[in-house]
Design a protein around this ligand. Structure first.
Ligand code: FE2
Length: 209
C-alpha cells in the first residue's frame, strides 16, 4: 500500500531564456559588419560592461542603413513573440522601446558581469563568433539570480545550477530577462567577435497620438 501519493509538481520562479535563429543571416551579417566598422571609424564608442573592444554610441536602431531596419524588425519580433509566450498581456497594447548597440571585441576583450536595470528583456544577436579551440572563449554565461543555495550542490539538481552558459553561433539571438546577471568569456581568437546587444522596455501607451 502506498502511504503517500504525489498530487502536484510545480516549477516556481523560473527564468525564461529564448533562442532564435535568423534565416538568411549571412547577407545581413555581412552588411552589419561593414556598417559597424564604418561607425567605429567615425566614433571612439563608449565604455560600459565591455573590457577592451568597441561599444557603439547611441541607439543603433536609429541608423539609416537597411541592415539596421532589418535588425529592428527581428529584435521586435523576438521580443513580442517571447512576451506573448510568458504573459497574458497583449504586448501590442503597450509601448515598446528598443535600444541596441554593437560590441566589437578583439582578442582579450570581454564583458564583465552586469544586468540591465529598468529594461524588461535584454538580448544579444551574434554577427560573428570566431572559431577557436578554447571551448569557453566567447561564451555568454548567466548566473543564478537566487542566493544561499550552496547546500543544494550535493544533490547536483539541474534546477539549482549556479550558472548556465551558451555559445551562440552567427545568426543566433538569445533573449532573457534584464535582471539576469550575465557576462561574456574573453575572446581568445585573432578575429573579432561582433555582437549586437539590446534592451527592450515596455511602458503604458502614451495618450498622445
Ligand atoms: Fe548585457
Amino acid at each position: 500500500m502506498t502511504l503517500i501519493e504525489q498530487t502536484k509538481y510545480e516549477k516556481l520562479f523560473s527564468t525564461p531564456l529564448f533562442s532564435f535563429e535568423v534565416k538568411g543571416h549571412e547577407t545581413i551579417n555581412a552588411e552589419l559588419i561593414k556598417e559597424g566598422k564604418r561607425l567605429r571609424d567615425q566614433s571612439d564608442g563608449t565604455a560600459k560592461s565591455n573590457r577592451g573592444g568597441w561599444h557603439s554610441k547611441g541607439n543603433l536602431l536609429n541608423e539609416k542603413a537597411q541592415c539596421f531596419s532589418f535588425l529592428s524588425v527581428m529584435v521586435e519580433t523576438a521580443v513580442l513573440q517571447s512576451t506573448r509566450r510568458i504573459s497574458k498581456v497583449d504586448p501590442d497594447t503597450l509601448d515598446l522601446k528598443l535600444f541596441a548597440w554593437m560590441n566589437i571585441n578583439p582578442v582579450g576583450a570581454f564583458n564583465s558581469p552586469h544586468t540591465h536595470p529598468g529594461a524588461h528583456w535584454s538580448g544579444v544577436y551574434y554577427v560573428s563568433q570566431p572559431e577557436v579551440d578554447d571551448e569557453k572563449a566567447g561564451r555568454i554565461e548567466f548566473l543564478d539570480p537566487r542566493s544561499d543555495l550552496p547546500n543544494w550542490r550535493i544533490l547536483k539538481a539541474s534546477a539549482f545550477n549556479l550558472k548556465k552558459s551558451l555559445k551562440p553561433q552567427p545568426g543566433e539571438m538569445v533573449l532573457f530577462p534584464s535582471y539576469l546577471v550575465h557576462w561574456v568569456y574573453p575572446n581568445t581568437a585573432d578575429d573579432e567577435r561582433i555582437t549586437i546587444a539590446f534592451n527592450a522596455t515596455f511602458s503604458k501607451k502614451s495618450k498622445k497620438g
